[in-house]
Design a protein around this ligand. Structure first.
Ligand code: ZN
Length: 345
């Protein structure tokens, strides 16, 4: 089902939700309205005395992008050797399917589940879960559980199950750099006022030290250091960095990456993605460059998703320097104060 939360017709999203609710028939599966794409709920609470877990997942997917780049139709599940191909196969329809089939197998073979299980599947994860916080607040009592398990994550590698613990929070912000009041000719103005693109680059470059650690003042405040035991634990993971990089098409000899395992496990991270830049050549628009900045942080030194070793990932390098080379606000202010969008002559 093309349940692309960003732009699918509501009827398509509802059909996906209803299919999912049908799979939860053993747990009173149902579609619940949210004001956006509906949530699918269900619960099986007959394991007297056993803990109660809440399983989260999502039935929406990202857009397909250019269909010409797909080897097979994105919404036709294709089994190709050991590979299952299709939009959402890993994020998050496949993992949700595993939850459904595991529970159904218990019901069929054992007549019940070993735990009390509540199910919460949303249809808006890929667009930032705009309805979920209010939904959880409204239904806090019925969603209460001893443990929450997210079925929206990754395995460390095929054949090696993993649990992610102490998932990080996420903060995003948009940075917009405005230039001069109009487009400027590079021959006449180039080199006299800053280009917003250059100013934004300076802002972004100020966020990290050359070794990849975050240079923003206070970013690592409250993050405990790593113990020798935890360093040993991560050292034992058996991570082949050269293999990891070559699998991504990157040259380990180039300075394109920071130590990958540490970067994936380091408690807080900061990344940016440029987006929404306006065309410099448009005389009708104020030259502007913008980007979205994402930061993640955690009160604990545990790993986020992707590391695969959860809180045992203790061998990560320490946060590193906390000094700020160039505080972002100062740069942001100066970037806003001047700008130029030079166009080619
Ligand atoms: Zn997901």
């Amino acid at each position: 089902m093309p349940s692309i939360s960003r732009d699918a017709p509501p009827a398509v999203m509802r059909a996906a939700a209803q299919w999912l609710a049908g799979q939860l028939a053993f747990a009173d599966g149902r579609v619940v309205e949210t004001g956006g794409h509906p949530v699918v709920r269900g619960e099986w609470l007959h394991a007297d005395g056993a803990p109660t877990i809440l399983v989260y997942g999502h039935y929406d997917v990202q857009p397909t992008g250019d269909l010409a780049e797909w080897q097979t139709p994105p919404f036709e599940l294709t089994v190709d050797g050991d590979v299952i191909r299709g939009r959402g196969a890993t994020d998050d329809k496949g993992p949700v399917y595993i939850v459904l089939k595991t529970a159904q197998a218990f019901m069929a073979q054992e007549g019940g589940l070993p735990l009390n299980v509540k199910f919460l599947f949303e249809g808006e994860e890929e667009i930032g879960s705009p309805q979920l916080p209010a939904f959880v607040t409204r239904h806090a009592g019925e969603l209460a559980a001893d443990l929450v398990i997210s079925a929206d994550g990754a395995m460390w590698r095929p054949g090696e199950p993993s649990l992610s613990l102490a998932s990080k929070g996420l903060v995003t912000m948009d940075i917009t750099v405005h230039g001069a009041s109009t487009d400027l000719h590079s021959g006449r103005y180039g080199g006299t006022v800053a280009n917003p693109l250059h100013a934004l680059s300076e802002v972004l470059a100020s966020l990290h030290h050359p070794d990849g650690t975050v240079a923003v003042d206070g970013f690592y405040a409250g993050i405990p250091g790593l113990t020798a035991e935890r360093r040993q634990q991560i050292a034992a993971i058996g991570f082949d960095e050269a293999d990891y990089l070559s699998g991504l098409g990157l040259d380990p000899a180039s300075r394109c990456c920071w130590p990958a395992l540490r970067a994936r496990c380091l408690p807080p991270r900061c990344s940016s993605e440029c987006s929404g830049s306006r065309r410099c050549s448009s005389r009708s628009r104020r030259p502007t460059r913008s980007c979205t900045l994402r930061t993640s942080s955690s009160a604990s030194a545990g790993c986020g998703r992707g590391c695969g070793r959860g809180s045992s990932c203790g061998g990560c390098s320490p946060p590193g320097r906390t000094a700020s080379a160039q505080p972002m606000p100062r740069l942001a202010a100066s970037a806003s104060a001047s700008g130029n969008a030079a166009r080619p002559s």
